[in-house]
Design a protein around this ligand. Structure first.
Ligand code: TPP
Length: 630
């Protein structure tokens, strides 16, 4: 039996010796490396905070004290220590435990997350409610240095620092976002890390002053005053101090006894305080602590090297197609630049960083800023391509309307992970972008059915002499092999393509749903039900002449989209067709109005009826209802 096998709850940690806690850290690390090699997952961040998690649960009285982890991807050690070790083999799977933290999963998960930089706001809200309720537990937000670059984090610090509430922020500084961190805050933290000498002196003096008695009492007060007056010049955490936080650190985030001692002391301090902890992302991974490489690993990898056990022969995914095409098209379009919000690898824009470094901008985890920054560039004749996942672009909705659309600026939005995203689950689902982009005046909205169409539409967007242009594409392998961008023509603006002609029912398919609809049509044709299939690659502006012809020749239109059915393309078409010919029925078939939880993307599509079988079922049902009505 190991210590980890014996652990029943975090309360057990509080009875362990420092040596046992150290051994436990080793066991947790080994367990996670092994377990994630089967399930896959975000291993890097968790490996970096094994000791920090142990120290927090030891020093704080969890679950009474509330720990609020930012993003939640670093929560694997927290899961293992809070009774979920035996379910780790179900991580990120259908009906399994989440890859992030989730209130319904454990009383220790105080606040659900997945998006970055919410922890300080949420934790400060909890502290405010605690005070209103007359409670006295502790609340601590644990946020990474990458997420600290986000506007939301500053808004929260600004709000909390002006209060005198009992409130703690733990800054987990590993110098990494997913990629190496960027920005002035990062530079500042690095300089703080490298200059801990004064801080140590200050802590020692402060402690002495606090405990000075007798003849030294006056000297103690003097030291306190000196500390106050010089700290503005010398304290490493002066920025946080100026924001109203008492700064403690930097401390070694792998030294469990030092952290426990610090957190215990910090618990007794008053007002907002920030503890700066230095950790190494991916620590202990057998192949080295390479933070970015081990950020996330696929299911079925070699625990020693991180390499997948099965080699993949599949086509490249849309991200790869996009990144390569963008870098190539930028040779032809000298005014185009690329913007990422801390995800050069995830969005494929790392290719631009290599090929056109001066035309590549990583703004950090700052989606709203990234969009308004793009708007500013667009006023100067530059054509920005903003590559942000559909789910994270939600953060920038106001910037899209207020800064881009109202001024009709030619910003190109490339929304990767649009649609169902599989194992990352409900926090990362890209199912709202059709609804939110269609609602924006001046916005062109387009979706490719394959990789070649993605490149063609990207070219169309770069050539388009108009306002903003949004392109959505899925977390999936492209169904085709894509040639060099130079050989791929633009897709004619605002057009649809009729791919298959049938009778009675026409399927208006969007992006990923084109292939599924064609497969459905094939099955239906074999049953004597020939249906029309249209690739609606432009959702807005829609192809009015093709739509008019379809309305004239079909009794029913089935709009199929990998996005929420509420206010999506189906709803849009229903309104348009209702005006054209109220006799034609329009049915919206998309992601139902419910939360779609983690499962493989294939399973999620099945659950929503968004695969060939589900689409064919829908057509059959329409046909039967028409036959009954007729
Ligand atoms: C709003 C938002 N944008 C982007 C992401 C993608 N993302 C997940 S983790 C991460 C890096 C977080 O870095 P940091 O806060 O330093 O935490 P660490 O991974 O180092 O623990 C990013 C960019 C996200 N989760 N949320």
């Amino acid at each position: 039996m190991t210590l980890l096998d014996d652990l029943r709850s975090p309360a057990d940690l509080r009875t362990m010796t420092p040596e046992q806690l150290q051994q436990l850290a080793q066991e947790v690390r080994e367990f996670l490396i092994e377990s994630c090699s089967v399930t896959g997952g975000h291993i890097g961040a968790g490996l970096g905070v094994v000791e920090l998690t142990i120290a927090l649960h030891t020093a704080f009285d969890t679950p009474r004290d509330q720990l609020v982890w930012d993003v939640g991807h670093q929560g694997y050690p927290h899961k293992v220590l809070t009774g979920r070790k035996d379910r780790m083999h179900t991580l990120r799977q259908e009906d399994g435990i989440s890859g992030f933290l989730k209130r319904t999963e454990s009383e220790y998960d105080t606040f659900g997350a997945g998006h970055a930089a919410t922890s300080i706001s949420a934790a400060f809200g909890m502290a405010a409610a605690r005070d209103l309720n007359g409670d006295d537990f502790k609340v601590a937000a644990i946020i990474g240095d990458g997420s600290l670059g986000s506007g939301l984090a500053y808004e929260a610090l600004n709000n909390a620092g002006a209060s005198d509430r009992d409130f703690i922020v733990v800054l987990n500084d590993n110098e990494m976002s997913i990629a190496p961190n960027v920005g002035a805050m990062h530079k500042y933290l690095t300089s703080v890390q490298r200059n801990p000498i004064y801080n140590r002196l200050r802590s020692a003096l402060g402690e002495w002053a606090d405990h000075a008695t007798g003849v030294f009492k006056d000297a103690g007060a003097l030291v306190r005053r000196w500390e106050e007056s010089v700290k503005a010049f010398l304290t490493p955490g002066v920025l946080f101090e100026e924001l109203g936080f008492r700064y403690i650190g930097p401390i070694d985030g792998h030294d469990i006894p030092q952290m426990i001692e610090t957190f215990r002391a910090v618990k007794s301090f008053k007002g907002p305080r920030l503890v700066h902890v230095i950790t190494t992302k991916g620590k202990g991974f057998p192949a080295g602590d390479h933070g970015e490489k081990w950020h996330a690993l696929p299911p079925g990898h070699d625990p020693a090297t991180g390499k997948p056990l099965k080699s993949s022969t599949a086509n490249p995914n849309y991200t790869t197609v996009f990144g390569k095409a963008l870098a190539e098209l930028m040779d032809e379009f000298p005014k185009v630049i690329a913007i990422t919000a801390a995800m050069p690898g995830g969005t494929g824009t790392g290719t631009v960083e290599k090929r056109h470094p001066a035309r590549f901008f990583d703004v950090g985890i700052a989606e709203a800023h990234g969009v308004t920054f793009a708007a500013g560039m667009a006023t100067q004749g530059v054509r920005p391509v903003v590559a942000i996942y559909s789910t994270f672009l939600q953060r920038a909705f106001d910037s899209i309307i207020h800064d881009v659309a109202i001024q009709d600026l030619p910003v190109i939005f490339c929304m990767d992970r649009a649609g169902l995203v599989g194992e990352d689950g409900e926090t990362h689902g890209g199912i709202y972008d059709i609804a939110y982009m269609l609602a924006v005046p001046n916005m062109t909205v387009a979706a490719p059915r394959d990789g070649t169409a993605l490149v063609g539409l990207l070219r169309t967007a770069m050539q388009h002499d108009g306002g903003p242009f949004a392109l959505r594409y899925p977390r999936d392998v492209a169904p085709d092999l894509v040639g060099p961008a130079t050989g791929i023509p633009a897709v004619p603006f605002g057009t649809w393509e009729v791919l298959r002609k049938g009778e009675e029912v026409a399927i208006l398919a969007v992006g990923t749903m084109v292939g599924e609809s064609l497969r459905a049509a094939e099955a239906l044709a074999a049953e004597g039900l020939p249906v029309t299939v249209v690739d609606c690659r432009f959702l807005k502006p829609y192809d009015a002449s093709t739509l008019t012809a379809l309305v004239a020749s079909h009794a029913q239109l089935l709009v199929v989209e990998e996005g929420t059915v509420v206010n999506g393309f189906g709803a849009f078409m229903a309104a348009v067709v209702g005006e054209m010919d109220p006799g034609v029925r329009v049915h919206a078939h998309g992601v139902p109005d419910r939360i779609v939880y983690a499962a493989s993307r294939t399973r999620q599509l099945r659950q929503c009826g968004l695969d060939a079988a589900g689409i064919a079922d829908k057509v059959r049902a329409l046909h039967e209802s028409e036959a009954l009505a007729g």
